[in-house]
Design a protein around this ligand. Structure first.
Ligand SMILES: NC(=O)c1ccc[n+]([C@@H]2O[C@H](COP(=O)([O-])OP(=O)(O)OC[C@H]3O[C@@H](n4cnc5c(N)ncnc54)[C@H](OP(=O)(O)O)[C@@H]3O)[C@@H](O)[C@H]2O)c1
Length: 353
């Protein structure tokens, strides 16, 4: 013991460069991680008594959104999940974390419009008022061909099903005393999307799109559809608002579960350090969404796009109001809310029969 004490007393840290080098490395890693983690939600506003629906609630980011909203005293969280087991597990966790928050687990499968309609009917019977809808569920590299309704998987799961859900819940959102809030979760990848034919803004006639292209297009459709809806809500004098956001690049979620590269163990091992360094945690990925739901300062924000909790400019294509209107009208057609289906949608339905 004495020897150790003596060695510590005599130790001279300035005799070597190693301590400086180590401190420098720790500082750089810490700075990179803090920077890449993005700006946290700048406030801790509570939302007592509010009824909030979150799709993809049991997913990596959705789960963190629910945990934070429960912590901020949400009155009732409706956990829209594909599987009841996952939803029940989350409800148990939320019950422990925030016993006063009522959590309802409701199943929804975004690959089926019937399932979305069933979900909405259940919500409507219990909740005449909905304060916020967070459309967080999403897929990428999804295998499995067309959905039961005959659409490309990414288009339906990411955009069309959420579009239908939002349209059907508009009356409930309009009754919110706080101004209903719709939050669409898009992705920065929308900037890579293409719409080669403006007469076919949902790319229904584009055969053989790759998973990556279909994902990008679906996330652009979310932004354009949201922009058109924002204009309509404002024109109607509604207090409901709709905004889009990207959570950023988030590690540790199920998002890349179908990625052909990330399924390989060696790719997971190789990318782990980079993901740890450069990507957000699911809790950090939830911040922008939480701000959009909770911040009173954003009560009038409508048709905007947020990244790292701040409003940002969207790409030129996503600013195209005429294209946004086309996406909106085509989506109404595709989900069966338009009075008369047009030719493209009729073709999809005939192929599906
Ligand atoms: N992680 C990222 O880096 C990143 C980047 C940009 C954007 N995003 C977006 O952020 C959102 C959340 O992603 P995440 O990272 O949290 O991924 P995740 O862990 O895979 O969560 C996605 C959620 O969506 C649900 N979902 C998928 N298909 C569904 C369907 N047909 N019906 C109902 N629910 C369905 C999943 O449920 P199951 O577990 O039952 O499949 C899961 O709960 C997504 O919209 C994603 O596109 C993520």
């Amino acid at each position: 013991m004495d020897e150790i004490k003596k060695a510590l007393v005599e130790a001279d840290p300035f005799a070597s460069w190693w301590p400086f080098l180590l401190a420098g490395i720790v500082f750089v890693i810490g700075t990179v991680r803090t920077y890449m983690g993005g700006q946290p939600c700048p406030n801790g506003n509570a939302v007592p008594g509010r009824v909030i629906i979150v799709t993809g609630a049991a997913g990596g980011i959705g789960r963190e959104v629910c945990r934070e909203l429960a912590r901020r005293q949400a009155g009732c969280l409706i956990l829209a999940c594909r599987s009841t087991e996952q939803g029940d597990a989350l409800r148990e966790q939320l019950r422990r974390d925030a016993p006063d928050c009522v959590c309802e687990v409701r199943t929804i499968d975004l690959r089926s419009f019937d399932s979305v309609r069933r979900f909405v009917r259940q919500v409507q019977t219990q909740h005449p008022v909905v304060d916020a809808l967070v459309n967080c569920a999403g897929v990428i590299f999804q295998p499995g061909g067309r959905t039961a309704d005959g659409y490309e998987q990414h288009l339906q799961c990411n955009h069309l099903a959420h579009f239908l859900l939002t349209e059907l819940l508009r009356p409930q959102l309009a009754r919110s005393a706080h101004g209903g809030r719709i939050v669409h979760v898009s992705a920065h990848g929308y900037t890579a999307a293409k719409i080669p034919d403006r007469d076919d803004p949902l790319n229904l006639r584009q055969a053989g799109q790759s998973g990556r292209d279909a994902f990008a297009h679906s996330k652009l459709a979310i932004v354009l559809g949201g922009r058109a809806l924002a204009g309509r809500l404002a024109a109607d004098g509604s207090r409901t608002t709709v905004n889009c956001c990207t959570p950023g690049l988030v590690r540790g979620t199920g998002h890349l579960r179908h990625s052909p590269i990330m399924r390989a163990l060696f790719a997971k091992v190789l990318t782990f350090p980079w993901m740890w360094l450069f990507m957000k945690s699911p809790a950090q990925g939830a911040h922008t969404i939480v701000r959009l739901v909770t911040d009173p300062e954003l009560g009038r924000s409508n048709g905007d796009f947020f990244n790292d909790c701040e409003r940002v400019e969207v790409s030129e294509l996503a600013r195209d109001d005429e294209l946004a209107d086309r996406v909106y009208r085509a989506s109404l057609q595709a989900v069966g809310l338009a009075a008369e289906p047009d030719e493209t949608v009729r073709t999809v339905r005939e192929k599906n029969e």
